[in-house]
Design a protein around this ligand. Sequence first.
Ligand SMILES: Cc1cc2nc3c(=O)[nH]c(=O)nc-3n(C[C@H](O)[C@H](O)[C@H](O)COP(=O)(O)O)c2cc1C
Length: 181
Amino acid sequence: MTDPVLDAIRRRRVVRAMTDEPVPRERVETILDAARWAPTAGNRHLQRFVATTDPGVLRVLRMVSPGMIQRPTAAITICVDRPLAQSYGFAPDARGLSVDVGTAMATMLLAAHAVDVGAGPVSSFSRAAVGVVLALPEGWSPEVIVCLGHPAPARVAPMAPTRHLGWRDLTRWVPEDPADT
Ligand SMILES: Cc1cc2nc3c(=O)[nH]c(=O)nc-3n(C[C@H](O)[C@H](O)[C@H](O)COP(=O)(O)O)c2cc1C
């Protein structure tokens, strides 16, 4: 069976080499709009997205992000609005908050793929510095930066896979399926 959604899930790959051609603003907006539909704990939508296409901001963002191998022409930083989360009764370490960041991130990566924009998530950065660079409001914690840009012919090797994992390697049936042993 070929299904466009399953096909996109299988084909999407992290892009770590990008050209300097700007990503049109409408495509960034399409990606932001897609992320708004990602599921959130209690349907509270406690993530906040900080978008930029400004070359100066992107340059400084990269300087404080060791994990940012690519040179993006746009970036969306997914933040958690901590004071808002607290006002809804979420504990600071509530699992839902991190899961919400993940659902938004995965949705953005797939949406970017759908509109022919390369995307790569980055979690290795100085939170304090990113907060300053983006002038984040009090209590917004930056969690993941989604880099966006047009894919360049790969000059950067993808991160080495530990080994190929099929879904069976990742899955355990309960009760155990005798056909699987
Ligand atoms: C939470 C999270 C954080 C990540 N942080 C980084 C990062 O800092 N730098 C980077 O190059 N890739 C980062 N990645 C991308 C993964 O390395 C990538 O998904 C993995 O190598 C598999 O590549 P694929 O998605 O193209 O299959 C991150 C992915 C996730 C889910």
